[in-house]
Ligand binder design. Structure first.
Ligand code: 5GP
Length: 178
């Protein structure tokens, strides 16, 4: 059995979501933004955020896969579902806000931002709940950030290890990492 250690509590997460929502509400009040969540990890953050935001938004999701299972990132990213299909044609002229669970190497987010940028949105910004800057290999402009986390593999609040642990309300690490 893995022992879990809480890194960021559900209460801290809840307060941070409210702060981010306040900021986003000010910036997007009359813009009817299109929020695009990167699956699967962002679904918990997305659902908390839009309820705290309390302004009209459109949401959609893309699913990107970095080919690798487990903990190691890969630079071979492919799009499994999203911009080419369901979202196509609905980006031009829109205020697009990408919602990420975590920016780690930055490769997945960079890939997504580049794709979306080519579709001529009125604006394109990034909101991530967690940021792990120590692992970055490509530059990613983060407009709205929840928490900066250290170089450990985190789980919970939507984030998995081999599809487990997404349901945990706190952000955790597995004890044996320390
Ligand atoms: P990237 O390395 O491209 O920035 O991150 C790609 C994806 O890897 C993230 O969207 C996330 O799903 C996953 N990832 C990166 N770091 C972590 C981590 O610490 N924990 C978990 N569970 N997933 C991570």
């Amino acid at each position: 059995m893995n022992k879990l250690k809480v890194l960021i509590t559900r209460e801290e997460i809840e307060r941070k979501v409210a702060e981010l929502a306040d900021e986003l509400r000010r910036d997007y009040q009359d813009k009817y933004p299109l929020l695009i969540g990167a699956l699967k990890g962002s679904f918990v953050f997305m659902s908390d955020l839009i309820r705290k935001l309390d302004i009209p938004v459109e949401i959609d999701f893309v699913r990107l896969s970095s080919y690798s299972a487990g903990k190691e990132p890969s630079d071979k990213i492919k799009q499994v579902h999203g911009v080419k299909t369901s979202i196509r044609g609905r980006i031009k002229g829109r205020h697009v806000l990408v919602i990420e669970d975590i920016v780690d190497s930055g490769l997945t987010t960079r890939f997504l931002l580049d794709r979306l940028g080519r579709r001529k949105p009125a604006s394109l910004k990034l909101c991530t709940m967690f940021d792990k800057p120590s692992r970055r290999v490509t530059e990613v402009p983060i407009d709205y950030r929840g928490f900066t986390v250290p170089d450990v593999f985190v789980i919970g609040y939507g984030l998995d290890l081999d599809e487990k642990f997404r349901h945990l309300p706190d952000l955790c690490v597995l004890e044996d990492q320390e």
